[in-house]
Structure formats: C-alpha cells, structure tokens
Ligand binder design. Sequence first.
Ligand code: C5P
Length: 306
Amino acid sequence: MSPLFRSFAKVNLHLQVVGRRPDGYHELRTLFQTIDLHDELEVDLVPPGGEGAGEVRLEVRDADLPDDARNLAWRAARAYLDRWGGDHGVALELRKRVPAGGGMGGGSANAATVLRALQELLGRPAPADELWSIARALGADVPFFLVGGTALGFGRGDEVLPVGELPSTRLVLAIPPVEVPTPRVFAALGEIAEAPLAPALLAAARGDRAVERALLAEGWNDLERAVLPGWDAVAAVYTSLTGSGAELVRLSGSGATVFAIFRDPPDLAALGARLPEGTRLEAATTLSRAEVAERWRASPGGSPWK
Ligand code: C5P
C-alpha cells in the first residue's frame, strides 16, 4: 500500500506588512497557525532501474490544478530528488481539499509535505540547513510548514520561529468562490507605514499562554485593507460573519478565506444560510506541532480526511 501523508493548511492569526524589500517582496511580521483542514498526498518511491526512475510524476485529484513543474508539489519533489534522490523517481497523487488562492497555504503545505515524505521514505535525513533553503526557494510560506503549530514568521514570512502554542481553538472557515492572487494584493497595498510589532506577537514570542486573548484583542491583518475593497465576494463574507456574533473575524493571508472564532460553536447550516451564495464553510481546529507530528502520516486503509 502506498504511503499516505496529510498536508495540513494554515491560517495567519496576525499579519503585519512593515516594509518593501529590495527583492520585490514585502517584509512581514506574522503569526502562522496550523489547522486540521488538509490535502492528502500519496507518495510512491520508484527504485533506481524501475519504470519512471529519475522522474517525478504527479496526479492531482479533486481540483483543476497543473500536474507538472507549475505545481509546487512537483517542484519540491524534483528539488529533493536532484539533491538526495540518486536515481530514484517518485509518483505523487495529490487529493485536494484546501482551495488554491485561498490564503491557507495549500500549495506551500503540499511542497513541505513532499520534502518531509521523501526524507522519511529515502531514510536519509537531509541536512536541515539545505532542506530549509530548498523550502525557502520554493516559496515564502513553505518553511513554516516544515515547522507547524503556532510560529512567528519574519522577513518574507520565511524566517520562522516556533513559539508557545495557541490552546486548541475551533475556527469556522468561510471560503468565497473566488481566488485572490497574492501578488495583486501586495501591489494594491499603497503606502506602507513603519509600525511597531503588535503586542500579540510579543506575547507569542514570550511563549505567553495568553496568546489567544492577546490575539483576540490586538491582532489584525494588514492585507485586509487591499483585499476587502478590491474583492466584493470576500468583503461580503467578511461582513456577514461580523454580523453573525463571531468574537473574531479575520482574513487569512491574502485571502480569499475568512476565518472566524465563535464563543460557542455555531450551527454551520444556519450560518451558511446567512452567507453569500457559493461560500464554502468548514469547521476546523488548530493543531499543535505535536498533533501535526502525530497525524501527518495517514493510514492508507483509513477513512480519508479524518
Ligand atoms: O513566495 P511566494 O511565491 O508564495 O509569493 C507569491 C507572491 O506574493 C510574490 O511573488 C510576491 O508578489 C508576493 N509576496 C510579497 N511579500 C511576501 C510574500 C509574498 O510581496 N512576504
């Protein structure tokens, strides 16, 4: 049976944009959080000499996404094999549930899962610093997914520092039926004022267990000021959630996903009826690093998505 891995998504509990960088990227201060919404990845190593040796083959199910070098999972496999694979090949089957262009790092998570899966299956740990630089070259969000749980992101978001973890928290994810292209969001930001670190980030950096309360009171996402005026579908979902009694409503990354925290778990069907048509609603729970480590290896015979 093929080895099967879970590729968990993230939300950004907090996101500050504090400057433009000479490399064209933006300088971020963010707090990442793994959630249990995930894709599944089957990873079959092809031994040297076998059919497909040296090659990366990718099949994508449940989403209309490229299955070649345009897909980050493919590129991650290619980069890993080029460096540490010898003449091995790999056949990947990716079953998508995390939306593309959703601000939950789906493609980046897939890339990191491929790197970790190949490391495990080839049985030779790659030097951590080299794995890290491959992850950074794949995309700014990829390094976070090698860490998981609650973690601060600095620089392009790729300088990652694990911090004291958020207590298990239930979220409602509202996913409008639009893709928001990240480069357009950053381009639409306008002037970027210098700003001190949010108190919530400082609390997280201290490993403060009250991080949850600090976030509710103090966190925000600077990208909302570009996304909400520019994408009506996202703004409509945001406004509906705000009017539904949520304690916290926030855009994840550059959207389109908006997440909400409620004091008491809401009835999703009733909530869905209040949201714009076509909005996908998912109940999700935050995961700690230990939970990610326990759950990322799925049993092939087990029920999917659980
Ligand atoms: O690294 P990644 O390919 O995920 O980034 C996608 C795009 O998002 C970049 O090309 C850039 O336009 C924008 N971005 C940015 N600053 C960041 C992260 C992403 O401007 N820190």
